[in-house]
Design a binder for this molecule. Structure first.
Ligand code: HEM
Length: 426
């Protein structure tokens, strides 16, 4: 029987795996950026799962309102996917800077699954595009045909698969004292990377369940937009009333679900993480959870307040940042307890050029591209809003933003190769 690695063993192993180059600036910067970008990633993932789920349900339920919402949400899913991927890369970079031995070890332990993740991601994205392509028009409205629903279901199942894999990688990284037992079960080395070792179901379901709530916040915004444009589009108020009901039900169910799953997760924390319960963190977590429960009722009372209707989504994202900070506290404490790892002890070798390249890329290239993708998703999704004949015409400002995004990306690609060649030849 293979023993778990004692703390000293885990300490030695992670110290040996640590990059001697250390961090290129103060670790606190990476910690904060990691939290914020993870929160944005998981919010985009939540919208992706929620919008795909609503689109599947809308296509299956049928009827003009469900069909219209379903078609709009199938479009929203496409752009949330782009945002989820772009915003997934950022926390990955930060994790690799300050928790590299852990991310490296978990990727090696389940190497084959990291490739399965990429394949599943690719196929799910294609399925989403296929679903949007096979929608057809009926009486001027986009219809989610049975084929479109089929492709949406394929995409949804694969998204869940991707999320489950991401969760397993992140979770395995937290338990260095188990790595030996996973790498060499019964003393026999298994270097195949074919196994997944540790899923903590309540934690995974907790993050997935954010989908209902975040999507409710999004639909509240959608309802407000439809309501304010109903004269322009010559509509009665029935569709916006329908949207409000859907958002209320999603928010109500999502709020309770996320609360219950949060409590179950805390009750089922493994022994290495029990320390968390005697700290103030889980109680701070009650703030976002109670907000999630309250959101639909706040929106009901404030149904005429324009800012409040749009703020529902923004506040959900802000509350997700709080949850991401607590998740990070759990990681920092767990790794310190089980392997003595403290990101603040990392050697700092200031590397100003690489930091400058990183921030310019992040803000200028990533910022303009994301601003274009998200604003296009919002305006195009709303203006066409399931109406087959509607064509989105970007405004002059949008056109300009798109050209800037493409130009900066082009300059960045050229600069990447020029700097690379200069370093190689120097
Ligand atoms: C459909 C696609 C995806 C889904 C459903 C998904 C879902 C998730 C979930 C549920 C978590 C939280 C895991 C946990 O803490 O237990 C997570 C974390 C994360 N995901 Fe994703 N994800 C997706 C795509 C991506 C992509 C494409 C990337 C990067 C290229 C990415 C990067 C990350 C990173 C870096 C973390 C945090 C890891 C850590 O802090 O240790 N994800 N994802």
């Amino acid at each position: 029987m293979t023993e778990n690695l004692p703390l000293a063993g885990a300490q030695m192993l992670t110290a040996a795996l640590a990059d001697p180059a250390g961090a290129p600036s103060h670790p606190a910067i990476f910690l904060v950026l990691g939290v914020v970008t993870f929160a944005l990633h998981i919010a985009a993932v939540a919208l992706l799962l929620g919008s795909t789920g609503v689109a599947v349900y809308g296509g299956w339920r049928g009827g003009p309102h469900w069909q219209r919402l379903g078609a709009t949400m199938a479009f929203t899913a496409k752009t949330s996917m782009a945002a989820a991927i772009v915003l997934g890369v950022a926390p990955l970079l930060f994790v690799q800077v300050i928790f590299d031995p852990f991310w490296y070890a978990t990727s090696m332990l389940s190497a084959v699954w990291t490739l399965v993740f990429l394949a599943a991601l690719l196929v799910s994205y294609l399925a989403l595009y296929r679903a949007n392509a096979v929608m057809h028009a009926h009486n001027g409205q986009s219809i989610l045909s049975a084929r479109a629903v089929f492709w949406l279901v394929v995409a949804f199942v694969l998204f869940i698969k991707c999320g489950a894999l991401m969760h397993t990688f992140a979770n395995q990284a937290l338990f260095p004292t188990h790595w030996l037992e996973w790498y060499a079960p019964n003393g026999q080395i298994d270097a195949s990377g074919r196994s997944l070792h540790y899923v903590l179901l309540p934690r995974f379901l907790f993050f997935i369940s954010l989908a209902l709530h975040v999507t409710a916040g999004w639909i509240y915004g959608l309802r407000r937009w439809v309501l304010s444009k109903r004269h322009v589009h010559n509509e009665d108020g029935l569709y916006s009333d329908f949207l409000e009901k859907v958002a209320f039900r999603l928010g109500q169910t999502g709020g309770v679900l996320v609360f219950v799953l949060g409590v179950i997760w805390m009750l089922m924390l493994p022994p290495e993480q029990q320390w968390f319960l005697s700290e103030p963190w889980p109680y701070v977590g009650l703030i976002p959870l109670l907000y999630f429960v309250a959101l639909p009722y706040i929106q009901k009372r404030r149904r005429l307040c324009i800012t409040c209707n749009y703020m529902g989504f923004v506040m959900s994202v802000i509350m997700t940042v709080v949850l991401a900070a607590l998740r990070e506290a759990l990681r920092v404490g767990t790794l310190f307890e089980s392997s003595g790892w403290n990101p603040f002890d990392m050697a700092v070798h200031w590397d100003v050029p690489s930091m400058a390249i990183f921030f310019v890329t992040f803000l200028a290239v990533g910022g303009t591209s994301l601003a274009y993708i998200l604003s296009a998703a919002w305006t195009a999704g709303l203006e066409t809003s399931g109406r087959a004949e509607a064509v989105w015409v970007p405004s002059a400002g949008h056109e300009k933003l798109g050209k800037w995004a493409a130009a900066l990306l082009g300059i960045w690609v050229v600069a990447y190769f020029v700097v690379g060649a200069a370093v190689m030849l120097a």
